[in-house]
Design a protein around this ligand. Structure first.
Ligand code: ATP
Ligand code: MG
Ligand code: MG
Ligand code: MG
Length: 468
């Protein structure tokens, strides 16, 4: 069986032979972009190369990039456990041209690697192009893709932008048809979200620049940016369609089953998938020094950790579990990512602390949620106030509550949640005014806003004890 590490090397070696510099993955916390929560694609570390702000020694590069999509523009958190192809953490393989080669080289590179080096059956592949991109259409046709398997797409799925302004351009995506025993329709169809046709590779042709006044001009420097999910191509080359059935995920799922004395498959499998996925993203973030907190990146980390803990709870775990799975992850990925082994103790301790901290309120909060659901009609939303109470008193991130409710066919009244949050902030501010300590209060509320109300112990114990 071709392992994920073999696939990673085959990819990088192929592009090295085509004159690309093999560049290491950049960190998940972007060094050059404060507006971005986490690195979510291979191009992030090269932004300044694409805009021409920075020059470099090489004009072609290839990477295997650590990515997290659990917040901001790309958020796949809600897909985990529901699709065969989404993770919060994944590795993106990519090749890049900075004003060097363009479409007529990039398309054959992708095709040759997939069909020769990886030996993928051509008749199972189909491609999409942006509806006006005749050049890309012709290139696929010339390479031998039948016309009815080159789909023109008019949406932004096939038009990429770096931001509201700056470089942009059409993309072409390569899909694999896993067969009609799996639900899903071809790209552009109503059922495209199914897992039958899986997007494996996305190739962006940066050819325009978008300006603030809405106009777009051709770029002097035309570039290529591509991304292929290692876990997706891995599933395919290992003979399956499901990322969670690759060698690496099987090992993590087995570790999760072992630690909870449960069956790795059957009904419990979905919980193991979530746990295995969340174990990866959270461990990689902690290894880079992100720690759980109530704001920013730390809060995204906490949300993912707590979600994983709820799924461990659903498996019947009484004691902390997540920290026990870290060695399996280090064993699977430590060779490619030494930071995991170096950070192992920190990762385990962080998990254990967070698990202990959250355990009691998790149990109580879930009970409150069950009780509250008795009064909610089938398919109706949970009142925002209840979701807010779970957040404020029990430390339930909103998306954890949503995740718990989704299985039962309910949503949350998010407007109601926001209103309850705003009301509480206003009340707390009012209670402080007039005490003569306005300056202190201003500082304090600023902290409370940034760190979240649950970090304010006086407040937390007051509400918590009232309820518990
Ligand atoms: P999808 O439509 O399946 O959500 P995407 O179009 O959002 O994928 P891109 O932004 O084009 O994905 O990213 C490039 C490649 O990275 C994809 O073709 C896919 O192989 C992989 N990829 C994207 N998101 C994920 C994810 N959440 N988990 C695993 N692999 C991913
Ligand atoms: Mg996506
Ligand atoms: Mg897509
Ligand atoms: Mg895509």
């Amino acid at each position: 069986m071709t392992s994920l590490s073999d696939i990673r090397s085959t990819f990088l070696d192929y592009f090295k032979r085509q004159g690309h510099e093999v560049v290491s993955s950049s960190p998940l916390v972007p060094r050059n972009d404060p507006t971005l929560m986490f690195t979510n694609s291979g191009m992030v570390q090269f932004k300044n190369r694409f805009t021409g702000v920075e020059a470099g020694d090489y004009q072609r590069a290839t990477t295997s990039q650590k990515c997290v999509r659990a917040g901001g523009k790309h958020n796949d958190l809600d897909n985990v456990g529901y699709t065969a192809r989404h993770h919060t953490f994944f590795e993106m393989l990519g090749n890049f041209s900075f004003g060097d080669y363009f479409k007529k080289e990039a398309v054959p590179f992708a095709w040759e690697l997939l069909t020769k080096d990886f030996g993928i059956d051509k008749s199972k592949l189909l491609t999409t192009v942006y509806h006006t991109d005749d050049e890309a259409f012709e290139l696929w046709k010339k390479i031998g893709v039948p016309e009815d398997r080159i789909i023109r797409i008019a949406t932004d799925d096939n038009f990429w932008r770096m931001g509201p302004t700056g470089p942009c351009g059409p993309c072409t995506e390569i899909f694999y048809d896993h067969g009609d025993h799996i639900w899903g329709g071809p790209p552009g169809s109503a059922d495209e979200d199914g897992d039958r046709f899986i997007e494996i590779w996305n190739v962006v042709f940066m050819q325009n620049e978008q300006f603030e006044d809405g106009t777009m001009k051709p770029l002097d420097m035309q570039s290529i940016d591509t991304g292929m999910g290692l876990e997706r191509i891995g599933a395919l080359l290992q003979g399956g369609h499901d990322n969670y059935e690759t060698d690496l995920f099987k090992a993590l799922i087995e570790a999760s089953a072992h630690a909870t004395s449960t069956d790795p498959f059957g009904d419990q499998n979905v919980h193991h998938r979530v746990i295995a996925d969340h174990l990866r993203s959270t461990s990689f973030l902690i290894a880079e020094g992100v720690l759980p907190s109530n704001e920013g990146r730390g809060y995204v980390l906490r949300r993912i950790m707590r979600r994983a803990m709820r799924h461990a709870h659903l498996l019947g775990a009484q004691d902390p579990v997540m920290h026990k799975l870290v060695p399996a992850l280090v064993q699977q990925m430590g060779a490619a990512y030494p930071e995991l082994g170096q950070g192992q103790t920190l990762i385990e301790d962080t998990f254990l602390n967070e698990e202990i901290r959250f355990k009691t309120t998790l149990d109580r909060g879930l009970k409150l949620l069950d009780d509250a659901l008795v009064d909610v009609d089938e398919g109706a939303d949970l009142p925002g106030e209840t979701a807010f109470k779970l957040y404020d008193t029990y430390g339930f991130p909103l998306d954890l509550t949503q995740d718990a409710l989704r299985e039962k066919g309910h949503g949350v009244d998010v407007d109601g949640f926001d209103a309850a949050m705003a009301e509480q902030k206003a009340k707390a501010r009012a209670a402080w005014s007039g005490t003569g300590a306005a300056a202190d209060a201003a500082i304090w509320f600023d902290l409370a806003d940034r760190h979240g109300v649950t970090e304010f112990l006086g407040y937390e114990t007051e509400t918590a004890e009232g309820q518990l």
